[in-house]
Design a protein around this ligand. Structure first.
Ligand code: NAI
Length: 398
């Protein structure tokens, strides 16, 4: 019988519980189903579909709006008892099984979304087997590396400040430690490389390839998730390398809107709220901001997990009548987070935090840790321990 161990290195999870991952997907499906159905897109492509925001989007659209979905992600399957693969691998499988039970198409592509071949394979599938053109393309990719599809050169993103280093408190979940961290500032090259990896270039390449292949429906919408934050995290996010990449996505909307104009399509930046994900847990200082923010938002009744946030975005905003946009036309579901009272209380709480109290009831370290554990299939609600062998896991098909 396999033993699942919740092992961490810093804020990176090393162990997974594949059965817990499955249960979490089922929990998220239940969350959406309990909200009832809504009118949404029929055919959806999600790039970065296997975890957190992309997965939550897929679950909301499939189980809320009855959408057929294609999900592209980069995950690893099980190799041995010591190497069970990645959580997203099992999320993809659990999603497909549940969606197919409801008669929905749920096609998974597990490959490098940045490559030309990947785009072509998805296009071929849409033409041959998907049964219709795409109404919605969701770009929810988060990666530390990107191979340029034309030159083969490998680019790495860096999470760094710009202009001067940032010093502040951080959290190490492996050691339950609150410590002072210094974040270096980026070189011009590092800024450019981060934009190359996390900016809008690949989003635009996907939209060009899909448009050229004539697989986009009239009125197609494409969404891309951004984060702006506030002065509390500006030095290391909005004003840092990641902020430059997000600004590049803003810029690319113009070119994509022009590309889609003859089919009446639209590119939409969605400024999403801060949530606990694999990608956000490794942003220096961010977990400290999160444990303060989550505490305040929980008290205000506005704290959301990815499934709550994405379901609200599509059900109530994009396909509902509660959309709120900013002066740049970006959708702003993060309004609850950036609300001035919420931010003032979060700031006040951050100032009170220290190594002795960060994991006490004055903040929400418990919420951060639980949400982080759930990403790897641990501390999942309704999970009942079961036996499974490595061979049974290897037999599962994505
Ligand atoms: P995540 O790490 O949970 O998910 C990333 C997804 O990208 C996974 O499905 C992964 O398999 C896929 N992926 C990575 N490299 C790939 C590749 N080469 N080919 C194919 N798939 C690949 O990340 P998360 O946090 O859900 O982020 C998604 C987007 O949401 C990002 O743009 C992020 O900046 C944005 N966002 C995140 C916020 C947060 O607090 N986590 C807040 C606001 C926006």
């Amino acid at each position: 019988m396999l033993k699942f161990e919740h092992k961490l290195r810093g804020n990176v999870a090393l162990g997974i519980n594949p059965l817990g991952c499955k249960q979490e997907v089922l929990n998220e499906i239940d969350y959406v189903k309990n909200k009832g159905t809504y009118f949404g897109p029929k055919k959806v492509l999600i790039i970065g579909a296997s975890s957190s925001y992309g997965l939550a989007t897929r679950i909301s659209l499939a189980f809320g709006a009855g959408s057929d979905t294609i999900g592209v992600s980069f995950e690893k399957g099980p190799k041995s008892e010591r190497n069970l693969g990645t959580a997203g691998w099992y999320n993809n499988i659990a999603f497909r099984e549940a969606a197919e039970k409801e008669g929905l198409i749920a096609k998974n592509f597990v490959q490098d979304a940045f490559s030309h071949e990947s785009k072509q394979e998805v296009i071929d599938y849409i033409k041959k087997d998907f049964g219709g053109k795409i109404d919605l393309v969701v770009y929810s990719l988060a990666s530390g590396v990107r191979k340029d599809p034309n030159t083969g050169e490998l680019y790495r993103s860096s999470i760094k400040a710009i202009g001067e280093p940032v010093v502040g408190p951080s959290i190490n979940m492996e050691e339950q430690l609150y410590y002072t961290e210094t974040l270096d500032y980026a070189t011009e090259q590092e800024i450019a490389d981060t934009v190359k990896v996390m900016g809008g270039e690949d989003w635009q390449l996907w939209m060009e390839a899909l448009k050229d292949a004539d697989v986009l429906a009239d009125n197609v919408l494409t969404t891309n998730y951004s984060y702006l934050g506030t002065e509390l995290n500006h030095p290391y996010y909005g004003g840092g390398t990641l902020g430059c990449a997000k600004a590049d996505c803003d810029e690319k909307t113009e070119a994509i809107n022009e590309l889609l104009s003859d089919i009446n399509g639209k590119a939409q930046i969605v400024v999403a709220t801060a949530v606990t994900t694999k990608a956000s847990a490794v942003i220096p200082f961010f977990p400290v901001y999160c444990i303060a923010l989550y505490k305040v938002m929980t008290e205000q009744g506005t704290h959301e997990t990815p499934i709550m946030h994405q379901d609200r975005i599509y059900r109530e905003m994009i396909y509902g009548d509660r959309a709120e946009y900013d002066e740049m036309g970006r959708l702003r579901p993060d309004n609850w987070e950036i609300n001035s009272d919420t931010q003032a209380k979060t700031k006040e709480l951050i100032q009170k935090l220290n190594a002795d109290n960060f994991n006490s009831e004055i903040a929400a370290y418990d919420i951060l840790y639980k949400e982080f554990s759930i990403l790897s299939g641990f501390l999942v609600e309704n999970y009942v321990e079961q036996e499974v062998t490595i061979d049974e896991l290897k037999e599962l098909k994505y």
